[in-house]
Design a protein around this ligand. Structure first.
Ligand SMILES: [Zn+2]
Ligand SMILES: [Zn+2]
Length: 382
């Protein structure tokens, strides 16, 4: 998408003076004010776009660079993701424009950098954490699990209001806004700070007659069953966030989230190495010497694998794509099969005879101990 021209965004001429630029921005800011357009992503984007244009054009230096080089000259002044609210240096102008509404804008867009949480989120319910043990088989392909969890839900007696008779009064200290404002004199003139109302803790309302079941909190404990989709490839210690399923906030506040902590069960057969799976596979002397076709278990089924004649103990075979589906990739890990040649212990008479015969051939192969034992073995047997 090509970026729009800053003058076009503000709807002004190229030779506009400072006052005109400010007036144009003011008009757009009022129009796309997030409080007037709640949950309207398009309006939010327009507001941001206008703010970016204003940030550049209201600064003589930046404006000159833009006039000369266009967006290419300006973009590198913002972060790698382009203009963000952190780049906006005219908060005081927003204060002039919005007066009272300024604080909520600030908290929505500046990540609460001015301190305090917005009224909307101050009585948000708590996030909950729960552990979920998964087998390697579940992890390999992804799984949907049902989890039972104790959460705070709306009180069924007062319907979450917290009030016994349904009546709720506006807080007298903040007049229902949930915020208190203090004005003080400073070196730079009048400074205004906005903070959460201590009397109603930002809710803006007071309950006179509290519900007898929840004592005015508007919520109570319940056991809930939630369904969690676990993508393939998750690892021990990772979290899956299930949005809006945690505790409800007091008096019908916003719901918190549930954080599902992934625990990986030890597997009896397979060992995990990233998205690869390691499997120790036992073969007999005769299989190793003469070669064989074996059936190797995988996380989901089993596959045939050829053990070539003369396979040494410890040799690795890679079965492509038989491992774990990667979490952030389309590719799958592999199954690494490590061959283990098993020395038989309980032998029959016949077997002892046969091994004795075999032993008589040993003198023809000289086995030398040392660090590179395996590579020497290779020479001998090849
Ligand atoms: Zn209640
Ligand atoms: Zn209050």
């Amino acid at each position: 998408m090509t970026k729009r021209d800053y003058y076009e965004i503000l709807g002004i001429e190229k030779n506009s003076d400072e006052a005109t630029i400010k007036k144009a921005y003011r008009k757009l800011a009022l129009q796309f004010h997030p409080d007037k357009n709640p949950d309207n992503k398009a309006a939010e984007e327009k507001f941001k776009e206008a703010s970016e244009a204003y940030e550049v054009l209201s600064d003589a230096g930046k404006r000159q660079t833009y006039d000369q080089y266009g967006h290419a000259g300006i973009d590198n002044q913002f972060g790698s993701g382009g203009f963000s609210w952190d780049n906006f240096t005219h908060q005081s102008d927003l204060n002039d424009i919005f007066g009272d509404g300024f604080s909520s804008i600030f908290e929505n867009f500046f990540g609460g950098g001015m301190g305090g949480r917005s009224q909307r989120s101050s009585n948000r319910g708590e996030d909950l954490q729960i552990e979920l043990s998964l087998s390697l088989k579940d992890i390999a392909v992804g799984v949907e699990k049902t989890i039972k969890i104790g959460v705070k839900d709306a009180c069924d007696k007062c319907n979450g209001s917290g009030s016994a008779d349904g009546s709720v009064e506006a807080c007298t200290q903040c007049h229902g806004t949930g915020q208190v404002r203090r004005v003080r004199q400073s070196l730079f003139g009048q400074m205004q700070t906005v903070s959460e109302c201590p009397s109603c803790r930002g809710e803006g309302k007071i309950i006179k007659t509290k519900c007898t079941k929840c004592y005015g909190e508007g919520r109570m404990g319940k056991v809930k069953e939630i369904s969690v989709k676990i993508p393939a490839g998750v690892e021990e210690g990772q979290y899956i966030r299930v949005r809006g399923q945690g505790n409800i906030g007091p008096r019908s506040g916003e719901r918190g989230d549930i954080l599902v902590l992934i625990r990986e069960k030890q597997d009896d057969t397979f060992e995990r190495d990233g998205n690869n799976i390691i499997l120790e596979y036992p073969v007999s002397f005769s299989q190793a010497v003469l070669g064989d076709e074996v059936l190797v278990p995988t996380l989901t089924a089993s596959v045939k694998m050829k053990v070539p004649a003369g396979t040494q103990s410890g040799r690795l075979f890679r079965l492509k794509g038989q491992g774990i589906q990667g979490l952030h990739t389309y590719s799958k890990g592999d199954l690494i099969v490590r061959i283990s040649v098993i020395t038989p212990t309980k032998l029959s008479k016949d077997e002892i005879e046969l091994f004795t015969t075999l032993k008589s051939f040993d003198s023809k192969r000289k086995l030398e101990p040392g660090k590179s034992f395996l590579s020497k073995l290779k020479d001998i047997f090849s």
